[in-house]
Design a protein around this ligand. Sequence first.
Ligand SMILES: [Zn+2]
Length: 84
Amino acid sequence: MGKGSKARPKSITADEFWDNWDAVFGEKEEKHYEYHCGKCGGLDQSEVHEEIEINWEPYGDQTVPRPVANLTCEHCGDEVEHVF
Ligand SMILES: [Zn+2]
C-alpha cells in the first residue's frame, strides 16, 4: 500500500459498464443485435464472418494499403450490415 494513496475510481469503458449493468440488473428486455442480414435478420457477432480486404490506394507518389472489412452472414453468405 502506498502511503496516502486513496483508491481511485476505476475508469471503465462503455462496454464494461453495460456488462456490469447486465450483471446487476439481470435479464435483458430485448435482444439487441449488432448485425443484420437481409435474409436471416438480426445476427450476433459469432454469426458473422469478417474478412479483411486490402485496397491499395495511391497516396502521393506511393501506394498504401487500406483495409476494408467485408462482413458476410455465416448462414447464407449474404452481405451483412453493421447496426449500432
Ligand atoms: Zn443470412
